[in-house]
Design a protein around this ligand. Structure first.
Ligand SMILES: CC(C)(COP(=O)(O)OP(=O)(O)OC[C@H]1O[C@@H](n2cnc3c(N)ncnc32)[C@H](O)[C@@H]1OP(=O)(O)O)[C@@H](O)C(=O)NCCC(=O)NCCS
Length: 147
């Protein structure tokens, strides 16, 4: 069955919910102030996805000329495995194509298999490995999608 969802740009009214999702998803979540600043960033695309009338997930992407970097993507634990992250990424890719972006890059923890499977299912490939990229000493995989 098709999931019902709405994707829209991050706005002030979403900040509390996005902050809560980032706290549940990441060991070092962005502060609400940092998230708020991104709303004004003209080289960023910040999207939220609403499901069941709630903010269920979000992503942050920075782009410049032909390259884009996926900075963060997270879905609230109660909403996972409903293809919401995939929907966010597909929407992002559509927006980036309209801006003539050609490549999307991201870093992902070597231990983060759910995220790697998500990215691979959309066609991302692993380009390289960055040793001790994360503060706990974990390596990152650098992944890329040509769009
Ligand atoms: C990674 C994350 C964003 C995925 O969100 P999600 O909405 O649950 O993902 P989707 O439902 O869109 O998954 C799409 C596909 O990705 C893969 N996938 C996602 N989560 C998975 C899991 N836990 N185990 C195995 N495969 C998974 C599957 O191929 C899935 O398709 P399927 O359900 O038809 O098998 C979510 O788990 C999350 O917020 N994690 C914490 C934050 C994080 O790690 N972000 C990425 C940092 S690089």
């Amino acid at each position: 069955m098709m999931e019902n969802f709405i994707i829209e740009p991050l706005q002030e009214k979403h900040l509390d919910a996005v902050y809560d999702i980032s706290c549940a998803a990441f060991p070092l979540p962005w502060s609400k102030e940092d998230l708020r600043r991104e709303i004004q960033n003209h080289m960023a695309i910040n999207l939220v996805i609403l499901a069941d009338d709630q903010v269920a997930g979000y992503l942050q992407c920075w782009y410049s000329y032909e390259d884009a970097d996926l900075i963060n993507i997270a879905v609230h634990p109660d909403f996972r495995r409903r293809h919401l992250a995939r929907a966010l990424l597909l929407h992002l890719i559509d927006l980036l194509k309209k801006k003539d972006v050609e490549n999307v890059f991201l870093e992902v923890r070597v231990s983060n298999l759910p995220a790697q499977l998500l990215y691979r299912s959309l066609g991302f490939i692993t380009l390289s490995r960055r040793p001790r990229y994360y503060i706990n000493g974990e390596d990152a995989l650098v992944m890329n999608l040509q769009i």
